[in-house]
Design a protein around this ligand. Structure first.
Ligand SMILES: *Cc1c(COP(=O)(O)O)cnc(C)c1O
Length: 398
């Protein structure tokens, strides 16, 4: 597509050219099944193990602590369900935050139907979990704490090392959905006392349909997917070798480029936020100002529907996401935006722009200009906005 401006990198990213290049041999020539005995299998096995090391290195884990899966969703399901069912004799209580991804939320709902009790922790107005709330929620029967590393909608980075410390001190397993943070934020599973961590390749310029679960050595998890003896007998199914190779390459590049990428994105992010807040009245930044993913801009626009702006931007080849109707096409506002205390109306008027290492200042400026124009046009048609202007209130809390 020519002339497009893609600002939906939290949904998925473009495969990095080096990643694509690394994958092709495993689709074309070296297509052996790693479980076979012959020479063709060895190429695949070696490539898989090389990728495992690259993924491990990025989060300061050991290669043997990395298990490849079909993506973030499977990793989250595996962590939650296997810890829950595997520790039934010990307890039936799990602590999560109210802003988890649906992969965690809906796993929790399933577990509740199966006799588990879930505590959903509140977050503050910036989307931050208070580690003291985690401590207070602990019960003798708590078997797992699961708090995401960084939120996919509002970009808030959670106090993971504090939560990890509390979990470790109390002998409770700690899982973090790090799908948005993996390769974007410096993660150290050892220092942060993380027992289980979910990652996905396609949020990091890798291919779709491949991810990983880090399982700290010593933690025993029942398989979620039963079958052959792949992944040391705990995750069956012929490995997605090209995907795994791609994920390894994406991890390797992230290790090399993370500092540079983050610096560039942070500058553009702050520029975009500043311009929108200054140039468009009745707007507010959702999420934390500093503890925030470098590529995330999420803004609440009062008196408009986010979806309408999305459509107008789409028409101009600018691709963004709204804070509502999360993928499901439902009209319920996002659980994340409600959890940070936004009214339904304001949640519906929120838009997420997520940048990549390739996003340019010109693209950001063009997007802001288009947003301004769209919001002005929509507000001009809004009776609510007209009433509001008549009321003469200049400033309004959004
Ligand atoms: C995208 C995402 C997932 C799901 O990962 P998939 O690889 O798409 O299954 C889980 N959690 C978070 C925070 C995400 O952003």
């Amino acid at each position: 597509m020519k002339g497009k401006i893609y600002l939906d990198n939290a949904a998925t990213t473009e495969t990095h050219p080096e990643v694509l290049e690394a994958m092709i041999p495993y689709l074309k020539g070296f297509y052996g099944n790693p479980s076979s005995i012959h020479g063709m299998a060895k190429y695949a096995r070696d490539a898989r193990e090389c990728a495992r090391s690259s993924v491990a290195e990025l989060i300061n884990a050991e290669p043997k602590e990395i298990y490849f899966t079909s993506g973030g969703t499977e990793s989250d399901n595996w962590a939650l369900k296997s810890v829950a069912f595997g520790n039934r004799s010990k307890g039936n209580h799990i602590i999560v935050s109210k802003i988890e991804h649906h992969a965690v939320m809906n796993s929790c709902e399933f577990l509740e139907k199966n006799g588990f009790e879930i505590t959903y922790l509140d977050v503050d107005e910036y989307g931050t979990v208070d580690p003291e709330d985690v401590r207070k929620a602990l019960r003798p029967e708590t078997v797992l704490i699961s708090v995401m590393y960084a939120n996919n909608e509002i970009g808030t980075i959670e106090p993971i090392s504090e939560i990890g410390k509390i979990a470790r001190e109390n002998g409770v397993l700690f899982h973090t959905d790090a799908v948005q943070a993996f390769g974007h934020v410096q993660i150290d599973v050892k220092r942060e006392n993380i027992d289980l961590l979910s990652a996905s390749a396609h949020k990091l310029y890798g291919p779709k349909g491949v991810g990983a679960l880090y399982i700290r050595e010593g933690v025993k998890l029942e398989p979620l997917v039963h079958g052959g003896a792949q992944e040391r007998g705990v995750r069956a199914g012929t490995e997605n070798v090209p995907g795994i190779v791609g994920m390894g390459k994406a991890a390797e590049i992230a290790k090399r480029d993370m500092v540079e990428r983050n610096a560039k994105e942070t500058e553009l992010r702050d520029h975009m936020v500043r311009r929108i807040l200054e140039e468009v009245p009745f707007t507010k930044l959702n999420g934390h100002m500093i503890q925030r993913l470098s590529g995330n801009v999420n803004i609440a626009f009062r008196f408009i529907e986010g979806e309408s702006v999305l459509m107008m931007l789409n028409h101009k080849g600018i691709f963004v996401s709204t804070g509502s109707a999360c993928a499901s096409g439902s009209l319920d506002p996002s659980h994340v935006l409600l959890a940070i205390g936004l009214e339904h109306e304001v949640a519906h008027g929120s838009i997420r722009f997520t940048l990549s290492y390739k996003t340019t200042r010109d693209e950001v400026d063009e997007a802001v200009d288009a947003v301004k124009e769209s919001v002005e046009r929509l507000r001009a048609m809004s009776p609510l906005y007209a009433d509001h202007l008549k009321s003469g209130i200049e400033k309004m809390e959004v």
